[in-house]
Write a protein of this length. Sequence first.
Length: 366
Amino acid sequence: MDAGQDRRPQFHPGGSGPGRQLRRHDHHPGSGQLSHRLHGWPVDDGGDGAVAPRFQDAAGLGTGVTEEPVDSGCDLKDLTTACKQRGRTVRRPASLFATSYNSAMPTSQPPYFTVQPFPRARQVIVDANRLGKRKRTIYGLLEFDVTEPRRRMAQHKAQTGEALSFTAYLAFCLARAVADHPQVQALRDWRGRLVTFDDVDVTVVIDIELEGRRFPMSHILRAAQRRGFRDLHDEIRRVQGDAQASASRRRWPALRWFFLLPAPARDLVYAVLMASPQRVKHHTGTVGLTALGMFADMGGWGINAPTHNCSVVAGGIEPKPVARDGQVVVREILNITLGVNHDVVDGIPAARFASRFKELVEEGTW
C-alpha cells in the first residue's frame, strides 16, 4: 500500500445481510498462506491467509493491520478472530474480547452508588473545621511512654474486672499540666486582651448514638484540675451509658434548628460567641482532648483543625524499642499531637507545658 494512502476502514453501504465481512486491506509479513472459513462464512483474507480484525485493538492486541469491512451476511459478535501470539496463530471468539471490554465499562447495569441525606449532626464537625482553620496553630508530634499507667490499669482490671478509662487518665494529667502553665489556655476578648481562667475545662470526645448513627459528641469535664482521676472516669462512663447526662446532648434539639441557618448566618453567631471568653468557656471549654486510640488499635499521629487554643490528640499505642539505662527495651509508646495557638502562646512556654504533660502521663499515678 502507498504510504500516503488512507488506512482507515471503509464501510461500504448496501448488501443483503445484517453483518459485514472483514477483508484484508494490508499484508502482514510472515503470515503465510492460509485458506479457511470461519463458522461456515467466507472470509477474504487478501491472499495472505491472515485475519486480524479490529477486535484486537479493543483487547490491546493490535498488529498494525487495517481491515475493510464489506457486506457478507455474518454477525461480528460470532466471528472468530485470529491474532499473532508468541509466533503462533491463535483463534479466539470475538465474544471473549467483547466480554472483557464491556466488563470494564458496564452499560446495561444500573450505576453503583447510593444517595443519602447529609446528617444534620455533621454540621457541627463542618463548622468546627471551618473555624479551626482560621487559627494559626503550631503542632508538636510527641511520644509518651505509657507502659507504667497501662500496667496499673491492666492490674486493676485483673483484680476487679473493671476497665479504667484511659481518656479520663489523659484528661486528669492534661488538666494538671495546664494548671501549672495556664497561659496555654488564655483566650482573647473582643478588645484584644488575654483572659486566663483559673479552672481548666477539658473537652473530651465521647462516641454516642445520635439520629441512628454513631457520632463523636463533645463533653466538657468542668474544673478538671481540682478533681481526681476516679471522678473523671465515673463521669465519662456515665455519659457513655446515657448521653442525656451531657449538656451537649441536651442542647441538641435547639441546635438542630440552628443548623438550618445558612453558613454566613451561623458564622455571625460564632463571632458574637467568641468575642466573650466567658461564653467560649461555657460552651466549648478551655482545652480540647481527642483520643483516637479508643476507636482504632494502631499507631500514628492525628492532625486536626482545633477550635481550642490548646488541643491534644492522642493517637494509637504501639510497642517500640527504646533505650533505658543503657539497654534497649520494648515499651508501649503513645503518639501525642499537641497544638497551640501561636497568636497566644510562644514556642518556649508551649515546650515547657509539653514537658510537664509528658512527665505526668509517664508517672502513672492517680
